[in-house]
Design a protein around this ligand. Structure first.
Ligand code: SF4
Length: 527
């Protein structure tokens, strides 16, 4: 038997000759404490896991994202084998691998003749549909079990959403704080306010030293995966050399501890700041571990609240973190499942452009994009403001089709999973869902980037100009975006002020902007 991973699995329990229950574990369901796993009887039940190229190719997946999923799956499988849980595991380099979940599930059913197939709710409609169809073809039904790794069940989200004219994340978040009794004192928000965003917009000027985030050195099992990914996906985007993500629970717990003791103290204060050479700043960088279920949201929030209670971090920093975990993250999941499979196809602004080729290489002279895209290529990561206000904002104001943007985001970040990436990109970043997630487009000129970063200081473009050879492209495209969508945006109360500025613009200036934006889009390969 070749390969360290296969050697480690070789001593595990074999699937029973006739399996009673075949339980599927997908790459983002690696919670060893899940109720679905606790219920298994090793005498008659088998866990099924498969590495398939389909999942790294249905959108172009960053080398680090593919490596993270596969390495974490393998460590999880080794832990199952050590627990003597019977396991059918198909590796990427298995010569009989059909390279689709459907194909591998069909083979597993044919070999093990299970009476029942179960899976925890898949995080993507596409996967759920494919698994359901495969089971139906085999004359079996697929039992989809609730995912207990979130703080809010889908049923509870629906109950909250029912009858509301619009879904507002802030109200959902407040309700969750009350329901879970987190930072609530006698029914009121601890400290008197639900939200400390006003204190969390500091610019990173003369900062304290930023402690490095947790970096896990790849172990031999992970290194084996890295070599396999390089060999199997030679054209995949991104670089693998700096891979450092937690691939097993004990590493994820270490990353959480390091964040709580070293970085939480300034997390909120600088959460919107961007700075060259600081891709992580004070962000937790725990989203990938959370999305793979190596960590639970409950333990992350409990650790942050404990730090606040022990005087280790102030309320604005802790509340900002808590809001991201039990507010924003769970709100996105609720929207994804409530809106159904058609959500990712929405294109409310009818944008049709292609993604600029430099999104895959970082090769651009726009300094902010060069840095933010460079971080993604290097780490498979960028924090929420570089995603929303630089990379997403540029695609929005340049007129890129939201599906192209969603595919890029889904594949290029190590934490990319459909239930969170779709509402975050299609809804929040690209305003393509007719205003379900965001009340107005997150469109901004270069002025926002200048205020929140040091990128503009060493950029060949002039952030004070909106037309002319040296004008900041964000400025040109921002005003062009308002001009192109003036009819749609005119009725948006939150856009009133900016739209009135646009309407007052001289005709000659608006024509100049339109002409320059069109030339820019052609030059950048957008149209
Ligand atoms: Fe980006 Fe414009 Fe600033 Fe250059 S001037 S860094 S393009 S916002």
């Amino acid at each position: 038997m070749k390969g360290l991973f296969r050697q480690k699995l070789a001593g595990g329990a074999r699937p029973p000759r006739r399996t009673r229950r075949l339980h599927l574990v997908l790459g983002d369901q690696l919670d060893g404490r899940a109720a679905a796993l606790r219920d298994l009887d090793p005498a008659v039940d088998t866990v099924f896991m498969a590495e398939v190229t389909e999942e790294a190719r249905h959108v172009a997946s960053h080398r680090q994202r593919t490596t993270l999923f596969l390495a974490a799956m393998r460590h999880f499988a080794i832990a199952l084998a050590e627990r003597r849980q019977p396991l059918r595991y198909v590796t990427l380099d298995d010569p009989t691998n059909t390279h689709s979940f459907a194909g591998e599930l069909a083979r597993a059913i044919a070999t093990l003749s299970p009476q029942q197939v179960t899976v925890i709710t898949p995080g993507e409609h596409r996967v759920a549909r494919s698994l359901r169809e495969t089971c139906a073809d085999a004359g079996l039904s697929l039992d989809i079990m609730d995912d207990d790794s979130f703080t809010c069940s889908l049923a509870d989200f629906d109950a909250w959403a029912e009858g509301r004219a619009r879904l507002t994340m802030e109200y959902f978040y407040r309700q969750r704080r009350r329901d879970l009794d987190i930072l609530v004192t006698a029914g009121k928000p601890t400290g008197g306010k639900w939200n400390y965003d006003q204190e969390n917009r500091e610019v990173f000027k003369s900062p304290p030293r930023v402690p490095a985030p947790y970096r896990g050195r790849p172990d031999p099992v992970t290194r084996e995966v890295m070599a396999l990914v390089e060999k199997t996906f030679p054209d995949a985007p991104g670089r693998l050399a700096a891979f450092h993500w937690p691939v097993q629970r004990r590493q994820a717990l270490r990353a959480l501890r390091k964040f709580i003791t070293e970085r939480l103290v300034h997390f909120g204060t600088y959460e919107d700041a961007m700075h060259t050479g600081e891709p992580f700043l004070y962000h937790s960088a725990l989203s990938a571990a959370l999305n793979l279920k190596l960590l639970s949201p409950h333990e992350c929030v409990a650790a942050a609240v404990k730090a606040y209670q022990g005087g280790g971090a102030s309320l604005n920093n802790v509340e900002g973190f808590v809001r991201q975990i039990i507010g924003w993250r769970e709100f996105m999941r609720g929207v994804y499942f409530r809106e159904g499979p058609g959500y990712t196809q929405r294109n409310g602004l009818e944008q049709t452009g292609g993604l600029p080729p430099f999104y895959w290489t970082g090769d651009t002279d726009l300094n902010c994009l060069r840095h933010c895209l460079g971080e993604v290529l290097e780490h498979g990561y960028g924090h929420h403001i570089s995603r929303l206000m630089v990379i997403g904002n540029f695609a929005l104001i340049a007129g890129v089709h939201p599906q192209r943007v969603h595919e890029w985001f889904l594949g290029m970040y190590v934490d990319g999973v459909a239930w969170v990436t779709a509402p975050n990109v299609v809804g929040m970043s690209q305003y393509a869902d007719h205003g379900i997630v965001a009340t107005k487009p997150y469109a901004a000129s270069g002025k926002y980037i200048q205020r929140m970063s040091n990128y503009c200081r060493s950029c060949p473009y002039d952030v004070n100009e909106r037309t002319g050879n040296e004008a900041c492209p964000f400025n040109t495209l921002y005003w062009d975006f308002l001009i192109r969508h003036r009819r749609r945006l005119a009725s948006n109360q939150r856009m009133k002020l900016v739209m009135s500025n646009m309407v007052r613009m001289e005709k000659a200036e608006s024509s100049r902007i339109t002409r320059q934006a069109r030339a820019l889009r052609r030059r950048l390969g957008i149209e």
